[in-house]
Each structure stands twice: as C-alpha cells, then as structure tokens.
Design a binder for this molecule. Sequence first.
Ligand SMILES: Cc1cc2nc3c(=O)[nH]c(=O)nc-3n(C[C@H](O)[C@H](O)[C@H](O)COP(=O)(O)OP(=O)(O)OC[C@H]3O[C@@H](n4cnc5c(N)ncnc54)[C@H](O)[C@@H]3O)c2cc1C
Length: 381
Amino acid sequence: MADFSHLVIGAGVVGLAVSARLARHRTASVLLVERHNAIGTETSARNSEVIHAGLYYPPDSLKTRLCIRGKHLLYQTAAEAGIAHRKCGKWIIAQNENEHEYLENLHDKAKTLGISTEFIPLSRVKDIEPSVLARSAVLNSPTTGIVSAHELMAYLHGQFESHSGDLALGTAVTRIEYDASRKLYNVRFRTITAASQQHDSDEMELKFENVVNCAGLSAPAVSNLLLPQHRHVMPFYAKGSYFSYGSSKPKTERLIYPCPTGHAGLGTHLTLDLAGRIRFGPNVEWVDSPANLAPSGNQLDQVYEAVIKYLPGVDKSALSADYAGIRPKITGPEHNAFTDFVIQMEQGFPGFVNLLGIESPGLTSSLAIGEYVENLYYKSS
Ligand SMILES: Cc1cc2nc3c(=O)[nH]c(=O)nc-3n(C[C@H](O)[C@H](O)[C@H](O)COP(=O)(O)OP(=O)(O)OC[C@H]3O[C@@H](n4cnc5c(N)ncnc54)[C@H](O)[C@@H]3O)c2cc1C
C-alpha cells in the first residue's frame, strides 16, 4: 500500500508546476520534497526571468512546443493571479550578413509557428531605441516579456496546498528502489536541519506509486539512483554570470539580444527587471561542479566586449558582478548541436517520469511542462 500516489522531487518552478497540476486530481495524493529549507532557491531563482516567445529551437522539439504553450499559459495565469509581469518585447540584433540571414530564417520559422515577429527598418532604429547599434538588421519579437519567477512560484505553491498537496522542505531523496512485484517505489529521505544545513541522522522511507524527477541540476544524479548503470546520465554545467548596471544611461525600453553564436546560450543580452533596471548576462562558462554560485567577476571584460557591440555607450565602470545561474545541461561543450528537454516515463519503471536538461526556456515552459507531465499520467481519464 502506497503512502502517496505521487512523489515530486524538487520544488523549483518546474516541480511546483508539476505538483500543482497533479494535486488537482481527485484520486492523487502528492508529496513534493525539496532539500533546501525554502522553495525555488536554485536555478529558478537565478535566471533572466524572460518569457520567451519560442523562436530559437527546432519546430518539432519539446522546447518549441512547451515554450509556446507555456508562454500562453503564463501570460494568462499571470494576468488572472496578479503575478508581476510585463510584455515589454525584445529586439534581436544582426551585425553582419551572416547574422542577418540567421534572423531571416528565424522570422520564416516564426511565421510557420504562428509567432509574431517583424523586421524594424534600420532607418527607424535610432528613433525607437537611440542607444542601440544595429549594423545589419533588427528583428522585433513583441510577445517576449518578463515575469517575477518568485511570485510565480509563490502562486504555484498556493495552488498546490489549496489542493491538499504536501510539501516537505529540508528533505533530500537519497535512495529510490522499484518493487516490481508490488508496483511501488520505496524512497529513502534524509532530513536536513535548518540551522546547520547539515544532514542529521533522521532518515525515513515511504512508498509511492509514481515518482517525478524535477531535481534540476541534480536530476541526472536522482535518475542514476534508480536506473541501471548503462542508462546513467552524465550532467554538465554551463554557468552564466550576470552584471548589474549602475548608470541611468544608456537605457532601453525593451530586451536587447545579440544573435546566438552556439547552442550553449542565447548570447550575452540586456534584460530588464520589473523595476526597469538593466542587467547584462548571462555569458557561458563551463564548470565542473554546480557548487560555486558566486558570479564570476573575472568575466566582466568578456561581458563588456559582448555588450558594446549592440550598446556602444555602456559605461564599463558601472558594471558589477551581480549573481549567477547554472544551466542544467545533459550534453557538454563539445556537443555543438541542439539538445532538447527530456521528459519521459522511463521504460521498465512504470510511473517514474524523468525531467532532464530543463534549461532555458524552462521558466517560460513550466506551466506547459506541468500539463505535459499530467498527461503522461492521466491522458485517458
Ligand atoms: C543563467 C540562466 C538563465 C535562464 N534564463 C531563463 C529565462 O530567461 N527564461 C526561461 O524561460 N528560462 C530561463 N532559464 C531556465 C530556467 O531557469 C530553468 O529551466 C528552470 O528554473 C528550471 O526549474 P527546475 O524546477 O527544473 O529546477 P530548479 O529550480 O533547479 O529546482 C530543482 C530543485 O530540486 C531540488 N533537489 C535537487 N536534488 C534533490 C534531492 N535529491 N532531494 C530533494 N530535492 C532536490 C533542488 O534543491 C532544487 O530546488 C535560465 C537558466 C539559467 C541557468
């Protein structure tokens, strides 16, 4: 006999969205566990807070599908629930013919996906955004926006608890075993004391019919607790540092992005927070471990060089290292090709759903990921 129908591991924005969806089912009893003593303190609190339009990825990918659906759900939910957000729009800037061609392709793809984009004539750029330098082309994405990730997570937490979901903070999953004869997962937990952040000796074991792995940077490690060695997943970490900008000039009304130069990130861009403050980042720095979350101040020169290509008036002395996030990758730097989200019920482990490589646009997609995982369990009902 199971203690709960579902265990969701990890209370970032994705685990919260998944839990909130599952908890709505009359027959479901959901336990959401988080090893820290608060929700959403890892990647979900360390990103650009951009609501992406869904332009960048292959049309038939999960990233495109869930980003577009997630954007729609997010704007709708944010408006209904009073979650701070702004559809400020974004420009992507091409500085040469190759980049211009890249934007033409993006624009064509956007049309086929039903995403609104338009080229801004170069003659109008200075009237609209006087500080921006664009040598070849500017593609406008009017449905891009920003959202308070913190408020979104607080809302999802409220939804989850209002449907009688149980949240256990300071609780880390340390072992998962599948009992095939009973069709149950035996899961071992260790509780972590608030004061010391040290694991104490409190261990417990509970039984679940289903387990959802939303452990973000640790999702490969959690998956590897259960799956046999030949199906183990290797994690990779691409750190992105952000730099705040302590000057009122130059300023922009919208997000400004360069064209991406690889598959690791979208290029060091200019984002605005909901108070209209500018920050630059994230750059891409491959690291061996996700432990060091301090922004890499030594990347300031690199970030400055990237930014002045499209915003030449930036005052370098007004830049200061602010915070960093780490992209939960499942392919490394040598893999210079697109990698999709992995969201699947694992073969041979009925009821175990793995979410791996939930990097950007994971925040935008979170509500659609919740819906997608719900469908993996309840499609026919
Ligand atoms: C630099 C950067 C910029 C980004 N910008 C954007 C953006 O602008 N727009 C966008 O849409 N997306 C963006 N993203 C992506 C987005 O932030 C992530 O996709 C999203 O936050 C992932 O949420 P999550 O819940 O999967 O992971 P997390 O927020 O990392 O949550 C996972 C949780 O699992 C917990 N956990 C791990 N192991 C265990 C265990 N064994 N037991 C219990 N709990 C455990 C962790 O403590 C953590 O709280 C960005 C990401 C980065 C790194």
